[in-house]
Ligand binder design. Structure first.
Ligand SMILES: N[C@@H](CCC(=O)N[C@@H](CS)C(=O)NCC(=O)O)C(=O)O
Length: 221
């Protein structure tokens, strides 16, 4: 039975899963959920994830939501040990540290910015300045720490790509739309470019996000 992954190809959260699956060689069956049509809020989908959020993994009776948890599940089922969890025991905890940080202190603020952008662009709703300010200030604080961290290293943990890079890089999927101030942080920008240049699946999934978002925006104009 194949592992099903539900999500919208325009989603940076789905991208974290599709890139990890591609790198680990885990076969997945993609099931499109059109977020712009509210398909993650149907009664059927809410039975999978009552939060109405994607991606969701379904593997037989197992249902997992939260992209980071899905990636840990995929890593456990990957036949090859590709070290996406870190190479040494200590690194494994560092990878988890950055993944948890990314969820609580980093990506969430990019989601705020994306929602403000989407509200304005897709529904003509003016952005809420206080939300944008809060998000920009927290992203700036996080980016400053990441930029210093990346001054002397090529990856977030150790000397190779891990799930920490994938989790932290996700906001780059939409930053040119949301206005997140990553351009001000040269080491962060260089790291993101390094991922695009050296991880073919990262570049391929960026192209997928761009095609999908371009289609949504074209359909509206
Ligand atoms: N923390 C969640 C975030 C999931 C999330 O925000 N998903 C967005 C797409 S990127 C979504 O499904 N939004 C649908 C909605 O808000 O209705 C994860 O890492 O999986």
């Amino acid at each position: 039975m194949s592992i099903k992954i539900y999500g919208d190809p325009g989603s940076g959260s789905l991208r974290r899963v599709t890139v990890a699956a591609a790198i680990m060689g885990v076969e997945i069956e993609r099931i499109d959920v059109d977020l712009f049509k509210g398909e993650s809020h149907t009664p059927e989908f809410l039975r999978l994830n009552p939060h109405g959020l994607t991606p969701v993994l379904q593997d037989g009776d197992t249902v997992i939501w939260e992209a980071s948890a899905i990636n840990l599940y995929l890593a456990a089922s990957a036949s090859l040990d590709l070290n996406l969890l870190g190479r040494k025991e200590a690194e494994r905890f560092e990878v988890l540290q950055w993944m948890f940080w990314s969820g609580e202190q980093w990506r969430v603020f990019s989601t705020f910015l994306f929602n403000e952008w989407a509200g304005k662009t897709l529904m003509g709703k003016p952005p809420t300045d206080a939300v944008v300010e809060l998000a920009m200030s927290n992203i700036g604080n996080g980016a400053k720490v990441l930029d210093a961290h990346l001054a002397t290293r090529n990856y977030i943990v150790g000397d190779a790509l891990t799930l920490a890079d994938i989790d932290i890089a996700a906001p780059f999927s939409q930053y040119q739309r949301t206005g997140a101030p990553f351009n001000e942080f040269p080491n962060l920008m260089a790291w993101q470019q390094r991922l695009l240049d050296t991880v073919p699946a990262w570049a391929a999934t960026r192209a997928e996000v761009e095609t999908r978002m371009g289609g949504v925006l074209n359909a509206m104009s």
